[in-house]
Design a protein around this ligand. Structure first.
Ligand SMILES: NC(=O)C1=CN([C@@H]2O[C@H](COP(=O)(O)OP(=O)(O)OC[C@H]3O[C@@H](n4cnc5c(N)ncnc54)[C@H](OP(=O)(O)O)[C@@H]3O)[C@@H](O)[C@H]2O)[C@@H](O)CC1
Ligand SMILES: [K+]
Length: 507
């Protein structure tokens, strides 16, 4: 699914009105109808509804929602906030329609002191500002936002299109914004809905289809995307009947050190469960038995060092390196100086795309000159702290996203920034957000599992872009299946591996 800017959404709106054709008033009726359907499905008519409406079309949606709720027997009040003396035409038309049918449902607010008393358990609908917000909320309207946010603990707040005050395409981190439990957004994600800095404002996000014209949606180029099951089905390559283990590649995993062999085992097991043909693990002496017993399907070579690895480059002469389709490096590796030196030598000798994670990233942070030596097309998988250590801190998530994308382009790498919506920046400037996964995956070892999956997919011959998009999706999906079976609390990185099979079966 493409992510559109506020300007593109306005174009999509206008295109639909011209080409469907449909009047703007009917399109508003359709958008509000989708929200009303959602509300009927989630709350019964016993709860009073207060719909806070701005003077633009977001407020127009709110006025229609109030009328549709009244039609179904809900007790709905449209609280119109007169932040401007001029209402949009569709707002005005829907105000008149509500006034005609349900005059008692209109309540005008001109100042904070007009704010109504809400009975316990009310539903608050925030239809104040949507994609038309052009500047931070100021003056007495700030007081309204604070009132609504104070009420959030005791009432359910549902934002229409965007929580009011949130800019669709830029950071609103220091601005007053309504805090919603649920956001019902139209047709496509807006960038702001995917940013961690807005998590407390958006709550759970639902994308409701309002039938914007498919020609506009398919023909309009977008830089930002959200991946979905349909896209994964075009990437996934089912196995051919005459395939053998050589078909699916031989991967080398360089991982583990004293006290961190678990990371290596998790990564190896994930790699094996994600379909690698053959796996060799390079571990320090202390990891030999651990790996042989915990991952018997993998071969194991040991470093001369006891507690950490420092010689993994040695088996990678040009003649020997060709046997490995890819290398996954980093989980539990440690950051010893000798390990960093071996990583430098490995990057001199191995030219194909690799997966770089965890301590290999921390080594990059300590020796930034290594970044430019990573083979083009490689996959980097930092979490936010690792990202910051390597690429520096930023003032907000939008700035971080730009930094991410710019570095992916400059270094010609795929950089996957882990989070609720993992952001995958591509060398061509495109960014894909992954929507699978859940907070149960914020647990030790979850990242090591991702490294194993990505290594397996590269080994099987998936192109780097396909591998990183499919790998992130499968990782999150396996996590969702694990959470459904065991709960987000009880699931572990091991259970994510156990659920990789069911995740593949869903593709
Ligand atoms: N696109 C679609 O697919 C569809 C879109 N639809 C809906 O339309 C919404 C977009 O509507 P929109 O363009 O009228 O903008 P909206 O968000 O109501 O705000 C404009 C109002 O806010 C004002 N204003 C702005 N900033 C302000 C501030 N800081 N403080 C105070 N005032 C401020 C501005 O006033 P002005 O700048 O003129 O002073 C104006 O009055 C969209 O989110 C969706 O809900 C659906 O109905 C149909 C399908
Ligand atoms: K809103």
């Amino acid at each position: 699914m493409k992510i559109f800017s506020a300007a593109q959404i306005r174009e999509a709106d206008a295109y639909t009105i011209r080409h469907e054709p449909i009047s703007s008033l009917q399109l508003m009726e359709r958008a509000a109808g989708a929200c009303a359907q959602w509300l009927y499905g989630h709350f019964d008519a016993s709860r009073p509804c207060y719909i806070f409406c701005g003077m633009g079309n977001n407020g127009g949606d709110g006025l229609v929602i109030a009328r549709l709720l009244q039609d179904k027997g809900y007790q709905a009040t449209a609280c119109v906030l007169h932040h401007s003396s001029k209402a949009s035409a569709d707002h005005q038309a829907n105000r008149e329609a509500l006034e005609r049918q349900y005059p008692q449902s209109l309540y005008d607010i001109h100042a904070v002191t007009d704010f109504p008393e809400l009975p316990a358990g009310s539903i608050i609908v925030d239809a104040i500002f949507g994609t038309g917000l052009s500047r931070p909320i100021e003056g007495w309207m700030t007081g309204i936002v604070h009132k609504l946010n104070d009420l959030q603990a005791r009432h359910t707040v549902i934002a229409i299109d965007l929580p009011s005050g949130l800019l669709a395409d830029a950071s609103s981190v220091l601005m007053p914004v309504v805090h919603a439990h649920h956001t019902l957004s139209f047709e496509v994600y807006k960038l702001a809905l995917l940013m961690p800095e807005n998590a407390a404002r958006t709550g759970q996000v639902y994308i409701l289809s309002i039938g914007l014209h498919p020609a506009y949606l398919t023909q309009t180029p977008a830089r930002f995307h959200v991946t979905d099951a349909a896209m994964m089905r075009t990437i996934y390559q089912p196995r051919q009947p005459f395939a053998h283990k050589g078909t699916f590649g031989h991967a080398l995993l360089v991982a583990g050190s004293y006290g961190k062999m678990g990371a290596a085992v998790l990564s190896a097991q994930a790699c094996l469960h994600a379909g690698v043909g053959l796996l060799t693990c390079h571990v320090p002496q202390c990891g030999y038995l651990v790996m042989q017993i915990s991952a018997p399907c993998a071969m194991c070579i040991t470093d001369p060092q006891e507690a950490y690895s420092a010689h993994f480059h040695e088996g990678l002469s040009p003649a020997e390196a060709v046997k490995y389709k890819t290398i996954g490096i980093g989980p539990g590796l440690g950051t010893a100086t000798a390990t960093a030196k071996a990583l430098e030598l490995l990057l001199e000798q191995y030219q194909q795309p690799v997966v770089i994670d965890a301590d290999a990233l921390n080594i990059m942070a300590a020796y930034p000159f290594l970044l430019s030596r990573i083979p083009p097309g490689s996959l980097l998988t930092p979490h936010p702290k690792e990202f910051e250590r390597i690429f520096g801190s930023t003032r907000n998530d939008f700035e971080r996203l730009e930094r991410l994308s710019q570095q992916a382009t400059q270094l010609q790498l795929y950089i996957l920034l882990k989070g609720r919506y993992t952001a995958i920046a591509c060398p061509d400037g495109a960014v894909y957000f992954n929507a699978t996964g859940n907070p149960g995956m914020a647990t030790g070892g979850s990242g090591d599992v991702l490294t194993g999956i990505l290594t397996a997919l590269l080994a099987q011959g998936y192109a780097p872009k396909a591998a990183v998009l499919l790998g992130a999706y499968l990782h999150g999906l396996a996590g969702d299946i694990a959470a459904a079976r065991l709960s987000q609390e009880a699931m572990t990185a091991e259970t994510i591996i156990d659920c990789l099979g069911p995740a593949f079966l869903q593709l």
